[in-house]
Design a protein around this ligand. Structure first.
Ligand code: ZN
Length: 286
């Protein structure tokens, strides 16, 4: 397992940790200020959200690399199925392709996919996942041409209804195997997998080529909001070292991206303080 106690070059910021995934949240720093603050603190990479990039993907990506870091990802695809997805399949595909193009502009090699909830009226995880598989497979040629890997992110089962019918690493690996293309991978997020005793075995089944991201935060035992009350690493109940061991023993050697949605705590603090705490916790508890 990699030793982060004295080296945090594998640390990446997901700008959602500063509230950049939602309008009106966080301190509202422009990307340039985020880039400078991360570079000063020795972060290795940044993942951005589509809403903060606008049409400046190429410029922002170049700026990150000029500061000595990588763009490790873009969050995220549209919801592909379920109640929050665009109303028609063609609109889903159009926006899916647009998100791939935006990742390519940034020079991000990975686009996170949040698949969306149960297909309305279906009452069926199986049918919903079948449609997800079909849609992701249909986007593969576009992604391959753009040089962007698609990372299916299984979400915690609490989101099964509306945000993600993909709730286990097992099902993510199954979709990867069904499509069987190097462009289709998965991302592992502590918030969504911390409870899962089959994690290590399923990640071994996935193999290194299919793990394209590792997201860090913590699960607060007394959480007040399952969407916007994520914990800073070390403040919750997740076994962070064991989870990382499982990810790394499956062959993952990439960035560890801190992704903390925290409307009433971390988003209210000065971003500089939040980044400092991330570095300290990354070195001490992750
Ligand atoms: Zn995540």
């Amino acid at each position: 397992m990699r030793d982060f106690a004295t080296d945090h070059s594998a640390l990446a910021l997901n700008t959602g940790s500063l509230g950049h995934n939602l309008d009106g949240c966080g301190a509202g720093w422009p990307p340039e200020k985020v880039i400078d603050a991360c570079a000063e603190r020795g972060f290795g990479a940044i993942t951005f959200w589509r809403r903060e990039i606008g049409n400046r993907g190429i410029e922002i990506g170049n700026r990150v690399r000029a500061a000595g870091m990588d763009v490790c990802g873009l969050a995220r695809s549209p919801f592909l199925v379920g109640p929050l997805a665009p109303p028609s399949r063609s609109e889903v595909m159009d926006d899916f392709h647009a998100s791939i193009d935006k990742a390519a502009d940034l020079g991000a090699t990975v686009l996170t996919i949040v698949v969306g909830g149960i297909v309305e009226g279906s009452h069926s995880m199986r049918e919903s996942l079948r449609q997800v598989t079909e849609i992701v497979a249909a986007a593969v040629p576009w992604a391959s041409r753009a040089g962007v890997r698609l990372a299916l992110e299984p979400l915690n089962p609490v989101y099964g209804g509306d945000r993600s019918c993909l709730v286990t690493v097992r099902d993510a690996v199954n979709i990867c195997e069904a499509i069987n293309d190097p462009a289709v991978t998965m991302a592992v997020d502590v918030y969504h997998v911390w409870w899962d005793l089959s994690l290590a075995d399923e990640l071994k089944r996935a193999g290194p080529e299919r793990i394209a991201g590792y997201h860090l935060c913590d699960w607060l035992a007394d959480t007040t909001d399952v969407l916007l009350d994520r914990g800073m690493m070390g403040d919750g109940v997740a076994d962070l070292q064991s989870i990382r061991r499982a990810v790394e023993e499956a062959g993952y050697e990439g960035y560890c991206e801190v992704e903390i949605f925290s409307a009433n705590n971390w988003w209210k603090r000065d971003p500089g303080e939040v980044l400092d705490v991330m570095v300290e916790r990354f070195r001490s508890v992750c």
